[in-house]
Design a protein around this ligand. Sequence first.
Ligand code: TXA
Ligand code: MG
Length: 344
Amino acid sequence: METLRLDPKTDCAAVSKAAEIIKRGGLVAMPTETVYGLAANACDEAAVKKIFEAKGRPQDNPLIVHIADFSALDELCTDISDTARIIVRAFWPGPLTVILKKRPVVPDIVTCGLDSVGVRFPSHKTAQALIRASGLPLAAPSANASGRPSPTSAEHVLMDMDGRIDAVLNGGECEIGVESTVLNLTGSVPVILRPGGVTLEMIRKIAPDAKAADFNRVPSQGERVLSPGMKYRHYAPKAPVTLITGELPHVLRYIEEHSSGAHLGIMCFDECADDFRALTPYIQTYGQRGDMLSQSSHIFSALRAFDAEPVEKIFVYATGDTHGLGMAINNRLSKAAGFDIVNV
Ligand code: TXA
Ligand code: MG
């Protein structure tokens, strides 16, 4: 199929064209403040099936449903606690997905048979416009091929999905750049299953007992995981990645001693690019050391860029800081590295 390029900046009918495709059961990649999502009518099983096919997504990894007003939450979910209501009022619209008990209107294909569903109200105006114009809840995983870094621009979406989906709605670059926080609200205590732009510290201001699941490790074979997405290798460029933390001089020495003649790729903060140039010409920067939002917004584009370069081994220099947005940054980089992490 030919993938339509729709751009609201040059075509005032772009959103309504995208909504027509959704209503007909098609797939549209839409911008959000986190990453681009691959959207379909959440209540149309055949349309949702196409999402799994286009991404090559495992059949046991459930999708998030996107809404654009608070009342839609009660149409999709039941058993919503007072704490859950306060949390969504505090952080929606925004980069937070809540897991709640689903109502029967949500098809099993969306939740992969689970009795809970993930729901998110994005803040991105184009995403909201598409949801409202289609008049439907939209199931949307990140719009990358399964296992690849999530797309933070329409160009990234097309790298993985050109010819596999009906349209991409261009909304420029995503502001946050890492996927939403997934927060399980089905139990007595809120638990973060995937860290994102709404941080543990922010949630604890409302629910002091909130905690983070143990997501920074590879689950053992056959282990029951809380969030199916946690068990898959993710965000990975084609060359193997090692995450490295520590003082810059130690990091430089370690990489020099462990490069074993391979063509190296190095991903580092803007201000240390020059320090790494003696080791390799293949350097991708991902924001300033002290600015976590600039880092999160560049992680996936930097990881993706290595695929266009002849690199055989990638080192990612990071702070390892897990405060605030650092928890999400550290999680995505750790997963991209398959948890191959060295501290020097
Ligand atoms: O920011 C985002 O969340 C983006 C944009 C497009 O909204 N979407 C996104 O979707 O990242 P996806 O499918 O790539 O990640 C959804 C995550 C997966 O790890 C999945 O396992 C988990 O949410 N999830 C979805 N429904 C769940 C459920 N009922 N219980 C536990 N985890 C669930
Ligand atoms: Mg994803």
